[in-house]
Design a protein around this ligand. Structure first.
Ligand SMILES: NC(=O)c1ccc[n+]([C@@H]2O[C@H](COP(=O)([O-])OP(=O)(O)OC[C@H]3O[C@@H](n4cnc5c(N)ncnc54)[C@H](OP(=O)(O)O)[C@@H]3O)[C@@H](O)[C@H]2O)c1
Length: 160
């Protein structure tokens, strides 16, 4: 079914969002084309380690939504401190951390200043030590509870 959409030029690739790993496994069985990308909430407060490693193994690109933890990440003292050392914002540090994990962040910004700030994050290269400092943040929070899957399942799900 999806290969016809590709052959007819309606889509180039197939992407999914908010699937659990077991749902992705079912989807891979059911789909007649490879899954190209999967979009999930991902930021230092929701590191998604299991999902990230599964997607890497399956060669599916992870797309990170809410990569600024809906704006909450800018108040984080670890990211503020690393940002000061790089003469940049905690938002850029969060986006650089996501990218260096192998995912692609898609921040939302409604002001020109934030847009400009977010476009510049690709110039930030975090050291292994800085990545480890961010990995060591123990606070966990999920900001989005997608309606397409059972909210109960997400709420009780792992924060890895
Ligand atoms: N697939 C899904 O189910 C799903 C679910 C949720 C979101 N998404 C996608 O993910 C995208 C982004 O996620 P999101 O809006 O939830 O959260 P987000 O990008 O983590 O955070 C957006 C918030 O951060 C602020 N912000 C942006 N850049 C900043 C900067 N440089 N410094 C300080 N604050 C900054 C924004 O403020 P201003 O607006 O004032 O600039 C806004 O309040 C959305 O566009 C949406 O398409 C997908």
């Amino acid at each position: 079914m999806f290969n016809k959409l590709i052959d007819d030029g309606f889509i180039k690739h197939l992407g999914l969002s908010n699937f659990t790993i077991s749902m992705l496994e079912d989807a891979q069985q059911a789909c007649d084309v490879p899954i190209f990308a999967h979009q999930v909430e991902h930021h230092p407060y929701l590191p998604q380690a299991n999902m990230l490693s599964y997607l890497k193994e399956q060669q599916i690109q992870m797309i990170s939504y809410s990569p600024l933890a809906r704006g909450n990440i800018i108040k984080d003292s670890v990211l503020q401190s690393i940002g000061e050392q790089h003469h940049t914002s905690p938002a850029q540090i969060s986006l650089a951390w996501v990218m260096q994990k192998g995912a692609i962040p898609i921040p939302k910004a409604s002001s020109v200043d934030h847009l400009r700030d977010n476009f510049e994050f690709t110039e930030v290269v975090l050291s292994i030590d800085e990545i480890q400092q961010i990995d060591a943040i123990s606070y966990r929070e999920r900001y989005v509870y997608p309606p397409v899957v059972s909210p109960k399942k997400w709420k009780s799900g792992p924060f890895s």
